[in-house]
Design a protein around this ligand. Structure first.
Ligand code: SF4
Ligand code: SF4
Length: 328
């Protein structure tokens, strides 16, 4: 049974980290993998909170730096230099957080379950990684937790793009009943259905796979693979054979991701923090705690079951969904 430590007071952070051999990170340069927020997003991790974590790591002779990667969509996070500027605008300066920010724009391919995932250079070269995740909803995965932070945030823009393209729908006319559900659930209004026509606007489709997941007739299938499956595989590519500690922040739990400029509203009250050495256990514990407060809130809000990434991750050996919650 994997353990996950739960706490609500940041003064207990070190006690939580001690459960997972944080001292073995001492003397190492360690990336703190996190998302520093899309332009106009209001819910990304607070620099004050990040500084508390960084200070705790520095106290035990760890040399941390904040780390993220460039993204596929347009906006300041698409390029390294403009993401660095945005991080400063969001308060992630060395003065505020106590360490530097590194944005990667290239990586090294790692094969997982038959597909290549380009893992960011600084993740590849690190033996020890600290994954700091703000847990919230996500339009393509229901919930964005540690698996999402790594699986999308730890790989290059090219790999992100390929993962999304693989989840685009392929239409099978003979099975379609023209019920229109795929058009209703598409978060990008990319599908139109009017019997006998079914159309997808290729420019608007972001490859989230929500339409495929919601078609009860199997009239659309993934071009390559379920996005939540490749997400779990990419997360495994980032962390396999490494020492990793995960911290999930269950606060400002918005409907959508920190990558969404319009991520609100808040859909669940603040809960607290979780620490673990297992990405599957910590995400399952996060999801269970949120479901205890607001049952199935991510699935209702985003029309997709967030549990799939956890199940896929477990199947490919990324971690275990069995956990024991220890409250401190
Ligand atoms: S949900 Fe499936 S059956 Fe319904 S219109 Fe879309 S593709 Fe056709
Ligand atoms: S994959 Fe996502 S964006 Fe593309 S058509 Fe389906 S629901 Fe819409």
């Amino acid at each position: 049974m994997k353990k996950v430590v739960f706490f609500t007071d940041l003064k207990k952070l070190y006690d939580a980290l001690e459960n997972f051999q944080i001292k073995s990170f001492a003397g190492k340069k360690v990336p703190v993998k996190l998302h520093m927020g899309e332009e106009k997003n209001k819910f990304f991790p607070r620099p004050e909170f990040v500084k508390t974590v960084v200070d705790e790591l520095k106290k035990i002779n760890i040399d941390p730096y904040l780390h993220d990667t460039t993204v596929v969509y347009s906006g300041p996070r698409r390029r390294k230099e403009s993401y660095e500027q945005l991080a400063i605008q969001h308060g992630f300066t060395p003065e505020n957080v106590g360490c530097n920010v590194v944005i990667d724009d290239s990586g090294v391919p790692i094969k997982i379950e038959g597909r290549d995932y380009e893992v960011a250079d600084h993740i590849i070269e690190s033996s020890h990684i600290f994954v700091l995740t703000h847990v919230k909803g996500h339009i393509a995965t229901g919930m964005g937790g540690a698996i999402k932070n790594l699986g999308m945030g730890g790989v290059t823009r090219e790999t992100k793009s390929r993962m999304h393209y693989g989840a685009r729908p392929i239409y099978k006319k003979d099975a379609c009943t023209y019920c229109g559900i795929c058009a209703e659930v598409c978060p990008f209004d990319a599908i139109s259905v009017e019997k006998p026509n079914w159309n997808r606007n290729k420019q608007s489709c972001f490859g989230c796979g929500v339409c495929v997941d919601n078609c009860k007739e199997n009239a659309i299938e993934y071009e390559d693979a379920d996005f939540q499956y490749v997400l779990a595989c990419a997360a495994k590519a980032c962390v396999q054979d490494k020492n990793v500690i995960y911290l999930n922040e269950l606060k400002r739990i918005a409907r959508s991701c920190d990558c969404d400029p319009y991520a609100g509203p808040i859909i669940c009250p603040d809960i607290g923090y979780l620490v673990s050495d297992d990405p599957i256990a910590i995400d399952k514990a996060s999801l269970d705690l949120i479901n205890d407060v607001k049952k199935d809130v991510f699935e209702k809000e985003n029309k997709i079951n967030p549990l799939k990434q956890i199940k896929y991750g477990e199947e490919i050996g990324l971690g275990s969904s069995s956990y024991q919650l220890i409250e401190i």
